[in-house]
Design a protein around this ligand. Structure first.
Ligand code: HEM
Ligand SMILES: *[C@@H]1O[C@H](CO)[C@@H](O)[C@H](O)[C@H]1NC(C)=O
Length: 502
């Protein structure tokens, strides 16, 4: 409109024809362009209003609600953050998180929908900071046949029958760890110590890297990578994100060397049947005898070593740390655990290694761990990306958008778990009614459910057994709290005073 009026005024001025012609052209182009944009936005609006994108605000581009979300995550208040959105917009709403427009979902139906949806359509390719640090061929990013193939490779190592052979090795690693890091100390920082322990167990089982300086070079790099994973993805010097990327760059050649070393060793040992295989060797042998299309590339091997390192080390150490705290806080649970563990110890010679049978008798201890994962799940977020428009409960999740499923909302739902704030391991007793499907999900569910459950269970039970029989402990700060950055991290590493038992 404005342009038109200007056009009329200008055309009456005694200017040279050329100028008038140029002005005409400029005005015409501007007019047509605004018409075009107007109609485009009309079409755009119409398209989306007919399929109903969830309500909510996308906020500032790129940053959106990322900062408020990361703060809520840190304070372990994602539940409140989700509730806030729900009370503003309804149960299904949109925002902008970590660089993507995002639909936020929660509840049993959403858990089932997201966990079981076709992994080719609802992929795991997010948030973007993940793939920069974990590599583009890590299992979280894969879908379709590649996901199936890499997952099968992982499971061929992480399945119960294979892991059972490693109980004595885990026992040995824990005893060594307690000897070096706990004995002779009055005070310890529980969380960092247990991280070191789970890191060493993974190094030994999964990579066949035995004790020594090689392990020590890896540890700080992994710590930087993990910190970078869910930081705000800004690649400027001194951000956690850039430190994570740098750590990956430093680690890559170390892992490439390791893979080459294992390949040579495998060639040399091929004629020996049944030698112990670590995960890397298992990866390298896939496709050897059967179907060569299942073979893994070096890039896949390296990215998935990193996944197992990260997936297997932090999560399990957090569970064990929470249990150490719980046993200090709750004497009745502590004495029940002691009783169960003493019973098992009685049946063995004093220095005999734990066996698979021993672990399978630790039923009470595992119920306590299960209840711990209900109240304090080690991981807390499930992200997916829509490869097509997906319809859910009358809304559309547009192609390219991200989904944040806050799956643990159901753990605190009073309609599912009576008196949800109460710590009550009897919920997991054999005769107790089991929670409805998709409502207790510390390990996820469906085709992407955690393949590391048995390993996590093995490490947790063995560590609790050896710890309670060697030490007593009390917390130095009775109410030391933790932040999720993104995984729970105690403010002072969970400081404890320890006393060895005779
Ligand atoms: C208490 C310990 C653990 C907890 C609570 C845990 C939790 C989870 C959860 C919730 C998922 C699903 C994520 C999603 O759907 O987006 C997952 C996936 C995964 N976890 Fe674990 N985990 C634990 C231990 C382990 C261990 C010990 C390993 C490996 C040695 C491991 C390796 C993985 C891998 C590779 C995936 C991806 C699977 C896929 O995408 O197909 N986790 N974990
Ligand atoms: C300890 O745990 C028991 C069993 O769940 C519970 O009944 C009790 O209230 C807890 N005690 C404390 C001090 O938290």
């Amino acid at each position: 409109m404005c342009e038109n009026m200007q056009y009329t005024t200008i055309s009456f001025k005694p200017l040279s024809t050329t100028i008038i012609q140029i002005m005409n052209l400029v005005v015409l182009v501007t007019f047509l362009l605004s018409l075009f944009l107007l109609s485009l936005s009309y079409i755009f609006k119409n398209k989306y209003s007919s399929v109903r994108v969830p309500p909510g605000s996308l906020g500032l581009p790129v940053i959106g609600q990322t900062i408020s979300f990361l703060n809520a995550l840190k304070a372990d208040k994602v539940e409140e953050w989700v509730h806030k959105g729900v009370s503003k917009h309804g149960p299904i709403w949109k925002t902008n998180l970590l660089g993507y427009p995002t639909v936020v979902l929660h509840g049993p139906t959403a858990n089932k929908f997201i966990f079981t949806f076709d992994v080719n359509v609802l992929t795991n390719t997010s948030p973007p900071s993940f793939s920069r640090i974990m590599g583009s061929k890590n299992i979280f990013e894969l879908f379709g046949y590649d996901h199936k193939r890499v997952r099968a490779a992982l499971l061929s190592f992480l399945k119960l029958d294979v892991l059972k052979q490693y109980v004595a090795k885990v026992d040995e690693e824990i005893k060594h760890h307690l000897q070096i890091h706990w004995h002779g100390k009055n005070e310890v920082q529980v969380q960092p110590l247990i991280k070191t322990l789970t890191f060493n167990i993974i190094c030994s089982l999964v990579f066949g890297i035995e004790k020594g300086p090689k392990r020590e070079k890896f540890l700080p790099l992994f710590k930087d990578m993990i910190e970078g994973l869910l930081s705000i993805p800004i690649n400027l010097p001194f951000t956690k994100f850039s430190r994570g990327i740098l750590a990956r760059k430093k680690m890559e050649p170390m892992l490439i060397d390791l893979v080459h070393e294992k390949r040579v060793a495998l060639e040399n040992k091929k004629h020996l049947a049944n030698h112990h295989k670590d995960l890397i060797t298992t990866f390298l042998s896939i496709g050897d005898d059967e179907d060569s299309s299942t073979m893994m590339s070096d890039e896949e091997i390296i990215d998935n070593i990193i996944v197992v390192m990260i997936g297997g080390y932090d999560t399990t150490s957090i569970l064990i740390t929470f249990l150490v705290k719980l046993m200090a806080d709750n004497k009745s649970i502590y004495s029940n655990i002691i009783q169960e563990q003493e019973e098992i110890a009685k049946s063995k010679a004093s220095d005999e290694a734990l066996t698979w049978e021993d672990l399978s008798k630790m039923k009470y201890t595992w119920r306590v761990a299960s209840e711990m994962m209900r109240i304090n799940p080690p991981t807390s977020l499930v992200f997916r990306r829509a490869m097509k428009d997906i319809e859910y409960k009358g809304f559309i999740i547009p192609k390219g958008w991200q989904v944040l499923l806050y799956s643990f909302m159901t753990h605190m739902d009073k309609d599912i778990f009576e008196d949800p704030a109460k710590f009550d391991p009897t919920r997991f007793e054999k005769h107790a009614p089991s929670p409805p499907p998709y409502t207790y999900v510390p390990f996820g569910a469906g085709p992407r459910m955690c393949p590391g459950i048995e390993l996590a269970k093995m490490e947790t039970l063995a560590m609790i057994h050896l710890l309670v029989r060697r030490f007593t402990w009390e917390l130095i700060n009775k109410d030391e709290s933790f932040k999720r950055i993104p995984l729970p991290e105690f403010d002072h590493g969970l400081l404890a005073r320890i006393t060895p038992l005779k």
